[in-house]
Design a protein around this ligand. Sequence first.
Ligand code: ZN
Length: 71
Amino acid sequence: MIGKIVYDYGRTYICDDCHALGKFKSYKAARQASWAIARDYKTCYCPNCAPMHRYTGCKGPNPNLLNIAKY
Ligand SMILES: [Zn+2]
């Protein structure tokens, strides 16, 4: 999940699969660090889990990959 509170360093990102913690200034920064951010900006996955959930990357949507919004 993506934290609602914005700290000096940005927001906290907790992987919805393995609960790894990340801290990023922005969604863009998180994506650049290979985190997968859902379109609702609530769900996110760390680089280890992202490949299983990712629907988009730094180059935009990839129709060949799973839609993160579907469970
Ligand atoms: Zn994870």
